[in-house]
Design a protein around this ligand. Structure first.
Ligand SMILES: Nc1nc2c(c(=O)[nH]1)N[C@H]1C(S)=C(S)[C@@H](COP(=O)(O)O)O[C@H]1N2
Ligand SMILES: [Mo]
Length: 314
């Protein structure tokens, strides 16, 4: 494992560009597999097939990255700081059985088994762009449930202005947690309207299969208009709060990572530009792509931030 002395994501110059090419055969196989009928929630196997419908209206019309790219080029510092650490060092992690504690400003709270939590919801596939703050991107076919529908079942009160999320703390299974890279456990948060927005999902699968450990098994957040670090993995607690909750990267380097973390090509990271992005899996000679405001989801979400100075609230 490589450990970075400084706080913050590694510099783009520290990132080894992967010489991996788009694997068409794998994508086609994945798409065929995705339609197959399977168990609604197979317990442990990551090769089993989930049962879901495709949400075409909320999906990008772009070819997803290969399963290989999505599952071997990861950020999950609990398993190490290099992109290959999560796939190489997450084999001991046990995502079942799993419970999620729901607490705070809501009518109903408690600790729930993940299967019970998910049972009332239909799984959907959404093909979203994942834009990392490190200026790379991928296109990912997530399978999950709208977070807002799940949260609504707990009856958030009028004091529930934010939602806080916490990752599991298990240094015995997560070797990266034995090093003080971040202040463990990883925490994240959303404003309540962001959490309730129909684009925000809790993902339980990718490519029609349960999430591999390296992608945040068994349950992770996906907020497609924000930088990837908002997508907290392996969630064990969700809390409705009145005040903005602390977030791991903001605590580690407040000048570099704000609470909102909306993808914004006009606001550079202090150490690099956010105007462009490199698509993982593309040819090394491919041109970089222009980064879009709100990662291309401006039409759906820009109104959430009307009247806010997005340079100050980065
Ligand atoms: N608990 C936890 N969640 C995390 C991270 C992490 O280190 N720990 N990394 C974040 C970052 S920086 C990104 S870009 C995405 C990457 O998700 P992926 O590996 O599934 O592509 O996960 C986010 N969620
Ligand atoms: Mo990221």
């Amino acid at each position: 494992m490589r450990w970075h002395r400084s706080h913050g994501h590694p510099l783009p110059s520290e990132i080894t560009p992967p010489a991996r090419y788009f694997n068409r055969r794998e994508v086609v196989a994945g798409l065929l597999g995705a339609g197959a009928i399977g168990l609604a929630w197979p317990a442990r196997s990551t090769t089993a097939t989930l049962k879901f419908t495709k949400n075409a209206a909320l999906s990008l019309d772009e070819a997803p990255n290969s399963f290989e790219d999505i599952t071997t080029y990861n950020n999950f510092y609990e398993f190490g700081t290099s992109k290959t650490d999560p796939s190489e060092h997450s084999g001991k992690f046990r995502p079942r059985p799993w419970t999620v504690k729901i607490s705070g400003e809501a009518a109903k709270t408690g600790e729930f088994d993940l299967d019970d939590l998910l049972r009332p919801h239909a799984l959907e596939e959404r093909i979203y762009r994942l834009r990392c703050v490190e200026a790379w991107s991928m296109v990912v076919p997530w399978v999950g449930v709208p977070l807002g529908k799940l949260l609504a079942r707990f009856g958030p009160s009028s004091r529930a202005k934010y939602v806080a999320f916490t990752t599991v703390l298990r240094p015995a299974e997560m070797p990266g947690q034995r090093f003080p890279v971040l202040d463990w456990p990883y925490v994240e948060g959303l404003r309540i309207d962001e959490a309730m927005h129909p684009l925000t999902i809790l993902a339980v699968g990718v490519y029609g299969r349960p999430l591999p450990n390296q992608n945040g098994a068994p349950l992770r957040l996906v907020v497609p208009w924000k930088y990837g670090f908002k997508g907290i993995k392996s969630i064990v607690a969700i809390r409705f709060t009145e005040r903005p909750p602390p977030t791991s990267w903001n605590l580690a380097a407040p000048d570099e990572y704000g609470f909102f973390a909306n993808v914004n090509p006009d606001v550079d990271h202090p150490r690099w530009s956010q105007a462009q992005e490199r698509r993982i899996g593309a040819s090394l000679f491919a041109e970089k792509q222009r980064t879009l405001p709100f990662n291309g989801y401006a039409r759906q979400v820009a109104s959430l931030y009307r009247g806010m100075d997005l340079r100050r609230h980065f």
